[in-house]
Design a protein. Structure first.
Length: 362
């Protein structure tokens, strides 16, 4: 009887172990279960992010349901605040975010250069090669950068479909657009600075176009939400360098907000994420990063948070394939690599801001 009991117990343990392994995503290493168990002992993952808490909500809920006992401590900040807080905490040797997830690709990569743990995610084979940097920093989304406009106040025939058309529209009607055009304040928003630099790299006439756009006077903001609100209300008529993911989400419930995808080139942003080296919750951080990159996590981003997926195998049209069908060769993904760091050199950054201010008459 005792022998039978021992055999039954062993069989039960094998079944439980096999079930635990079966619950892991396909292609994950067999020892990944140790990471799961380690994460449950840690009990939480601390995420520093620029993604709005509301947008990230479904992803957080999905993660916590998949890994019961591992809570997400989510800190939503703007890109400049995230960078300054993280770097000061690291310098002080105190606790900080286990994972950074930022739309300001350049400052995120700068942090990753000094503070990221090397981790080869089992999901990286599903990502474009340009989205993975040294197994440390990962692009997680595929977000076109768009123009927004007030549908009531901008005639359909005037809606610009290129950066040149945007500049021509505003320069041709400076009185109509006086203080009615909005974009990021590149000194206060790390994301705004990065997008401006990418425009400059993509368009040889960037500063000339910026000067034309600024003929009526620019109003600059530090957040996408503020710009969308001002355009929707009519306080501003048009905005540029806006994250298409946030604009599309708002447009679903705001019939006044129009969106235009430039056909000359459309920058594509990918929110950069990395795990902090020597963090107290390293296992939970791995689970979170892998979940964000997984088919399950990316489906949530694409279809519940309205943030386009960086994968090709997602339900619906809100992924790389869907964006490619819509915009084709106009898409210009910003790679996660050292080229992002060029204009973060202090002198180059200050010189660039000076040139931008002169063109924008700020």
């Amino acid at each position: 009887m005792l022998i039978k009991f021992k055999i039954s117990l062993v069989a039960l343990l094998v079944i439980v172990s096999t079930q635990a392994l079966a619950d892991l995503p396909q292609g994950y290493p067999a020892d990944y279960q140790k990471t799961v168990e380690g994460a449950k002992k840690e009990g939480k993952v601390v995420v520093y992010s620029t993604t709005d808490t509301k947008a990230a909500g479904p992803l957080i809920q999905g993660f916590e349901a998949t890994y019961p006992g591992v809570k997400v401590e989510y800190n939503d900040m703007n890109s400049t605040e995230l960078y300054n807080r993280y770097i000061s905490e690291q310098a002080a040797g105190g606790t900080s975010g286990d994972v950074v997830w930022s739309s300001s690709m350049d400052t995120a990569l700068k942090l990753a250069t000094d503070y990221a743990a090397e981790y080869a995610s089992p999901e990286q084979s599903q990502l474009p090669k340009w989205a993975v940097w040294k197994n440390k920093a990962y692009g997680t989304t595929y977000e076109p950068v768009v123009f927004i406009y007030n549908k009531r106040l901008i005639p359909a025939g005037d809606v610009p479909d290129s950066h040149a058309a945007l500049a021509k529209l505003i320069a041709g009607q400076p009185d109509k657009f006086k203080k009615k055009v909005t974009t990021y304040d590149i000194e206060k928003s790390g994301l705004g600075f990065m997008l401006s630099v990418q425009d400059f790299k993509a368009d040889a006439d960037y500063f000339k176009r910026l000067a034309d756009i600024a003929k009526g006077g620019l109003t600059v903001q530090s957040s996408t939400g503020t710009m969308m609100e001002r355009v929707s209300s009519g306080e501003n008529l048009i905005g540029f360098n806006i994250l298409g993911s946030y604009a599309e989400a708002r447009a679903k419930t705001d019939p006044t907000l129009g969106i235009a995808y430039p056909k000359d080139y459309t920058l594509v942003l990918s929110r950069v994420s990395f795990i902090t080296k020597d963090t107290a919750n390293a296992n939970a951080a791995k689970l979170w990063l892998d979940y964000v990159l997984s088919e399950k996590g990316q489906n949530i981003l694409a279809n519940q948070a309205d943030i386009p997926s960086i994968r090709h195998d997602i339900d619906g049209k809100n992924d790389i394939d869907g964006m490619t069908k819509m915009l084709g060769n106009a898409l210009k993904p910003i790679p996660v690599d050292e080229s992002l760091l060029e204009y973060l050199q202090q002198k180059k950054r200050l010189d660039y801001i000076k040139q931008w201010r002169e063109a924008a008459a700020k």
